[in-house]
Design a protein around this ligand. Structure first.
Ligand SMILES: NC(=O)c1ccc[n+]([C@@H]2O[C@H](COP(=O)([O-])OP(=O)(O)OC[C@H]3O[C@@H](n4cnc5c(N)ncnc54)[C@H](OP(=O)(O)O)[C@@H]3O)[C@@H](O)[C@H]2O)c1
Length: 160
């Protein structure tokens, strides 16, 4: 099963110039705790934005050009999705925008850190129909005046 995890601004801002737009300490912890021990799938650009492989997780990188250092590289994305969408294991799609777009139709859960701020961005999370999901608040916080909420959207059974 696929779960998406992302931090998004008021206008679904995700990143700018290859970096994140929001750097919230508690959000980094939330990301680490939620994904630890699991497989994480990312696009090549997100992979290149990381200082190193994410420890304690199987790092899968989607690319047509090929990279070094990942645990697995995926070139045939439709095949990867077909082979993994019905697994019991929760596989986390950790970005970026291109990958979120491609996995959204197959993701059971969306773990979104909804940041109550806007920022200049060049990549955005795809818009989605919230009526197709059950919304569960996992907590909220405030980082130097910037409010945010951890939200889990669970796809309602029967919707695709
Ligand atoms: N806010 C957040 O939570 C969050 C999370 C993650 C990332 N981000 C931000 O998002 C930005 C990066 O996102 P992005 O959309 O530019 O890039 P991305 O999704 O990370 O990576 C795109 C790359 O993935 C590969 N790819 C995508 N679809 C593919 C397919 N169907 N088959 C084969 N390869 C495929 C291609 O690599 P090749 O070019 O090698 O073929 C493509 O260039 C950065 O600014 C990053 O900081 C934000």
């Amino acid at each position: 099963m696929f779960s998406i995890i992302a931090a998004i601004g008021k206008n679904r801002e995700l990143g700018k110039g290859g970096d994140l737009v929001f750097h919230i300490r508690e959000d980094m912890k939330f990301f680490k705790n939620t994904t630890m021990g699991h497989t994480v799938v990312m696009g090549r650009r997100t992979w290149e934005s990381l200082p190193k492989k994410l420890p304690g997780r199987k790092n899968v990188v989607v690319t047509r050009s090929g990279i070094d250092g990942a645990d697995e590289t995926v070139t045939d994305l439709p095949k990867y999705i077909q082979e993994n969408k019905n697994t019991e294991e929760e596989i986390f799609v950790i970005g970026g925008a291109m990958l979120y777009d491609e996995f959204l139709p197959y993701a059971k859960n969306l773990y979104l850190t909804e940041v109550n701020a806007s920022a200049e961005a060049d990549v955005f999370f795809p818009s989605f129909d919230k009526n197709q999901y059950k919304k569960i608040s996992l907590g909220n916080g405030n980082d130097e005046g910037i409010k945010y909420e951890f939200v889990k959207y669970e796809r309602i059974e029967g919707e695709s």
